[in-house]
Each structure stands twice: as structure tokens, then as C-alpha cells.
Design a protein around this ligand. Structure first.
Ligand SMILES: *Cc1c(COP(=O)(O)O)cnc(C)c1O
Length: 387
């Protein structure tokens, strides 16, 4: 019997064998020629994956929260107005970080499962003095996807810088950073980027780098300061050695492989594959009588589904699905934690994974005495996958 479950949580995800093989290479010096090449190439590929051709990429050792922290610490100064377009738990976290660095934070929240519209953001920006707007592309607590394009354009019109938390979306859901006017686009390795946890990744627009350079106060974080890391990124990209803090050598080797795989699939093909698989997964859940946390179809994310348990079923469904071979995640949003579960479908995920997951949900529902026609969820998903 296979010793491990299919991992369908919103990160870490299933990684490709090539990425895992890169992790297992002997650790080299962080200033060795082949590692400098690997790091430099990874920075170049990041611009393509983040669709940010003029941006400055950063690769830091740390989790996604470090990427959020670095984004805020480097461009926000005490007293700055920060507008958080809030769609859940991780939007709250971005607001908390900005407040920690002395910003005047305003949370613009929709109702649970929704997000303020671009028009509401425009009104809020007219009514206040904001230097930065933060957007969570896909909030992992609700599965709600923001219209980054529309909100960024509104923010740009108001002269505000835009930070996009793409931890649950980058390289899975379309984000044309430069075209859409995103200033800092950040993510972490363990989600749709497809590398084990431990890397914080950011691309920073020329306007945001200028905001960093013209700060009136020093960056209050020592480890996350662009003043420390910019010379390192520039050295590696120029194929020279440099040191500030030891990079996560094996993770960077794995990142290089994963970014190469992402680019060989092609960004548009990759976004479309995520949509197709997500639609099939949702069709499966719907056929079993389940509904989703996002309030409307246009808010559904291609990377993650937040699914309400059907009538009479509760959080012990998640371990029951695990017993059937698939790891999913329980609820995270405090208001509805006991009412829904979350399934990540991003990165190297394929049609077989979707079918396996829907089938495991069916068997788990049966063990809980839920009434439905076995195979109806699988059939609905398969119907879309056959199109
Ligand atoms: C996972 C996640 C984070 C936090 O990333 P960590 O690597 O756990 O620190 C932040 N934002 C979003 C949208 C996420 O999905």
C-alpha cells in the first residue's frame, strides 16, 4: 500500500519529482559558481512568472508572512494611510502588519464570502488619504478571489501603491502584475509556485523601489530590509557572489527547477488548467449537494475551494476524507470555522487528483451516513474534464 496521502490542502501542496530531486542534491556553497548561476536564473524567471518584466525580484528565506512583512516594512512609514481591501483572515494579517509598522490602517470589508468592489474602493480612496492599498488575491480563509486588475487600476488612479498578497494564487490564478499596476506582488514557495515551504518571494515595481529609496525613516526591520537584500539580488543576477544572510540553498535549487517547469507549461496555459480543474472540482461538490463560501461565481478561485459541509455533516468529515487517502483542510475563518472545509487545487495538480479527491469526499460522506447516489460527484466532475 502507498504510505502517504494525496495532499490537497492550500499549501504545502504536491510537488513534482523533479523539484524533490533538486532538494536532495548535496548542499553547495552559497557563493559557488553553479549556485550563483542557479540563483541568478531564478530571479530572471521570477519576472516572467510574476508577469512583472521591469520589477526587482527578491528571494528571501522565510515563509509567506515574511514576504508580507517585507513588503510593508520597506514602503510604509509611520503615519501612512493604508487601505486594506479585506476578504478574510489573511487580509486582516496584512492590516495587522501595517499597524505594527505605524501605519493608519483602514479595513474596507465586504460581508463574509464577499469583497468590496472596485467602486467601493474608489469611494474609500476619495474619502481618505492613502499611500498604500493592500489586496489579498485569494484569501485562503474564504476562497474569495479579488478582481486585482480593477482594484489596482482604481488605486493607481488615486496615486496609491498596491501590494498584492498572492500567496494562495501566484502562478495559479492570473495576475498580470505590471500591466495591472501592481507594485509589490508577493508569494511563498509552498503554494502554487510548487516548492517546499521556506522561501518568501517578491517582485517590486520601479515605483515601489523609488518609494523605498525616498523613505524619510530607516526600514524598521533589519532582516527584511531591501537595503540589505538589494545588493545581494543585484550581485546574483549579475552572476557574482554576495553575502548578507545565508540563502536556503536547496530550496533555491528546487525553485529554479519549479520556475522552469512553470514557464515551460506557459503562464496562460497554466492559468487555464487551474480554471478547468477548479470548475470540475466544484461541479463534483455541487452534485453532492454542497455549496461554497464565496457569495458569487465570479469570486470563485481557481486555486482553492472553500466548501460548506452539507446538512448534518461537520468538521469530522476532514479526518474521514483523510482516512480515504486525501488530505484536505478544515475551516479557518473564525465566524464559520466549524461549517466548511478547504481544498487546494493548485500547482502540479491534475485531473486524476481532482477525481481522486471527489471520490474520497464521497466515501467519507457515506461513512457519516449522508444520503446521495455514489459516483454522482465523480460523474459531474468527469463530465467537465471530458469536455
Ligand atoms: C498561506 C498564506 C499566507 C501565509 O503564508 P505562510 O507561508 O504560512 O507564512 C499569507 N497569505 C495567504 C493568502 C496565504 O494563503
Amino acid at each position: 500500500m502507498k504510505g502517504r496521502n494525496l495532499l490537497m490542502i492550500p499549501g504545502p501542496i504536491e510537488f513534482t519529482p523533479e523539484v524533490m530531486a533538486a532538494m536532495a542534491q548535496p548542499t553547495t556553497s552559497h557563493v559557488a559558481g553553479d549556485f550563483v548561476e542557479c540563483f541568478g536564473e531564478s530571479l530572471e524567471m521570477m519576472r516572467e512568472v510574476f508577469l512583472a518584466p521591469s520589477a526587482q525580484p527578491f528571494i528571501l528565506a522565510g515563509s509567506g508572512t515574511l514576504a508580507m512583512d517585507a513588503a510593508v516594512a520597506n514602503i510604509v512609514e509611520p503615519g501612512d494611510g493604508v487601505l486594506t481591501v479585506n476578504s478574510g483572515y489573511f487580509s486582516d494579517r496584512m492590516g495587522d502588519i501595517a499597524a505594527r509598522y505605524g501605519a493608519e490602517v483602514t479595513n474596507l470589508s465586504g460581508s463574509l464570502g464577499d469583497i468590496p468592489s472596485a467602486d467601493e474602493v474608489r469611494k474609500a480612496l476619495q474619502d481618505g488619504d492613502y499611500r498604500v492599498v493592500t489586496i489579498t488575491h485569494v484569501d485562503t480563509s474564504t476562497g474569495v478571489m479579488a478582481d486585482v486588475e480593477a482594484i489596482s487600476r482604481v488605486a493607481d488612479d488615486a496615486g496609491a501603491l498596491v501590494i498584492v498578497d498572492g500567496v494562495c494564487s501566484t502562478a495559479g490564478a492570473e495576475c498580470r502584475s505590471e500591466e495591472w499596476g501592481v507594485d509589490i506582488h508577493l508569494t511563498a514557495s509552498q503554494k502554487a509556485i510548487g516548492v517546499p515551504p521556506g522561501l518568501a518571494l517578491l517582485t517590486v515595481s520601479p515605483e515601489a523601489m523609488e518609494a523605498f529609496r525616498s523613505r524619510k525613516t530607516p526600514v524598521p526591520s533589519y532582516y527584511a530590509g531591501f537595503d540589505k537584500w538589494l545588493p545581494i539580488m543585484e550581485a546574483y543576477e549579475g552572476r557574482g557572489p554576495a553575502y548578507f544572510g545565508t540563502p536556503a540553498v536547496n530550496l533555491v535549487a528546487a525553485l529554479n527547477v519549479s520556475l522552469g517547469q512553470i514557464l515551460s507549461e506557459g503562464m496562460d496555459a497554466r492559468f487555464e488548467r487551474h480554471h478547468r480543474l477548479a470548475r470540475a472540482f466544484r461541479a463534483g461538490m455541487r452534485a453532492l449537494g454542497m455549496d461554497f463560501v464565496p457569495a458569487r461565481e465570479d469570486l470563485y478561485a481557481p486555486t482553492l475551494s472553500a466548501v460548506y459541509y452539507p446538512e448534518g455533516i461537520g468538521p469530522d468529515l476532514v479526518p474521514a476524507i483523510a482516512a480515504e487517502g486525501v488530505m484536505t483542510a478544515g475551516g479557518l475563518h473564525p465566524q464559520i470555522k466549524e461549517k466548511y472545509f478547504r481544498v487546494g487545487h493548485m500547482g502540479a495538480v491534475n485531473a486524476s487528483d481532482i477525481i481522486a479527491t471527489v471520490a474520497a469526499v464521497e466515501r467519507a460522506l457515506k461513512t457519516k451516513g449522508y444520503e446521495f447516489e455514489p459516483g454522482s460527484g465523480v460523474a459531474a466532475a468527469e463530465e467537465l474534464l471530458c469536455r
